[in-house]
Write a protein that binds this ligand. Structure first.
Ligand code: MTE
Length: 302
């Protein structure tokens, strides 16, 4: 892993010696320029840099955020009034140190990084997104789960003034949106709380100001605009599992061999490209997270 600090030190060394080259100055400038809320980002070099990034304009206009409507273009078109400043997060439940904290204060304490991950939606399309965020395990360590804690339940903001589908516009979905992870899934280093994409803070349609990113699971686990994080002893009932348990489970692990009841998951449409590509088990992250599911029946992890 190369951190901006390493690059900075190296660059100073090169400049002092009057040489350059080992690390491209252009790359260094790009990394040094990338700060968020005034913080430099660490760059992880080993997460799938072979993947071709989705165009930013596609990732910010083709969205699922049902609080704004069911169409892919509703989140961008209808989120103009959503201005998530002075955001407060509540972290509670089975923890020794529950906190209510302003997002900007939390971000002063964590290590922001950029990670390029592929996002695979249960609807069989995929994108490759450069996220900015921090490892969820940093937060877990801070609040210190009790011995009873086995899961984490995440809840999105509930505010019908902002989200038309939470109001009288009947949607059929039981809001606020809820998702969950097993504690060991949450502690895997791949699991992020993202606050940015493409070097910028998250836009409303992408779940501003903070959302979950779990790259080996289907996109519906990536809960947006999180207001509450609760540690629990029992498995939380997530929104889609509650809605339709036959089609959407708690685990939502990407698996090309386990079809959705209404379509195959063997391949995926790559947004912005022509054609499809084969879907990989755990979305290509088996080496990093396969151990979490050893001995479990794959057919039950949809
Ligand atoms: N979070 C909330 N609160 N509401 C939603 O409707 N949709 C999910 C997930 N997070 C959703 C949500 C689904 S189905 C997907 S595929 C991803 O967000 C899409 O993220 P994106 O629009 O940034 O690509």
């Amino acid at each position: 892993m190369i951190t901006p600090q390493d690059l900075f030190t190296q660059r100073r060394k090169f400049m002092a010696l009057g040489i350059g080259g080992l690390v491209s100055p252009l790359l260094i400038d790009k990394l040094m320029a990338n700060t968020l809320y005034g913080k430099p980002l660490d760059y992880l070099k080993d997460t799938n840099t072979s993947l071709k990034l989705t165009k930013e304009s596609d990732a910010t206009s083709y969205n699922n955020f049902y609080e704004f409507g069911f169409g892919k273009d509703d989140p961008k078109a209808k989120s103009g009034n959503f201005n998530p400043t002075s955001w407060e997060l509540s972290i509670e439940g089975e923890v020794q140190n529950p906190i209510k904290i302003k997002l900007e204060d939390l971000l002063k304490e964590v290590r922001l990084q950029e990670r390029i991950y592929q996002l695979r939606c249960v609807e069989a399309w995929s994108m490759v997104i450069p996220w900015i965020g921090f490892e969820l395990r940093e937060l877990v360590e801070r609040v210190k789960p009790t011995k009873k804690a086995r899961f984490i339940k995440f809840t999105s903001l509930y505010d019908p003034k902002i989200f038309p589908m939470q109001g009288p516009l009947f949607s059929g979905i039981d809001f606020p949106y809820v998702e969950g992870l097993r504690l060991d899934e949450a502690q895997n280093p791949l699991t992020l709380l993202a606050v940015g994409m493409y070097g910028k803070p998250l836009l409303p349609q992408n779940g501003a100001p903070i959302r979950l990113v779990v790259p080996w699971k289907y996109g519906f686990k990536y809960i947006k605009s999180i207001a509450k994080i609760e540690f629990t002893s029992t498995q939380p009932l997530s929104t889609w599992e509650k809605q339709n348990p036959r089609e959407y489970g708690f685990y939502a692990n990407v698996d090309p061999l386990i079809s959705h009841p209404r379509w195959s998951q063997a391949s995926e449409r790559v947004i912005g490209e022509r054609g499809r590509k084969p879907t990989l088990y755990l979305n290509g992250y088996e080496r990093e997270v396969g151990y979490l599911y050893e001995g479990m029946d794959r057919s039950k992890l949809y």
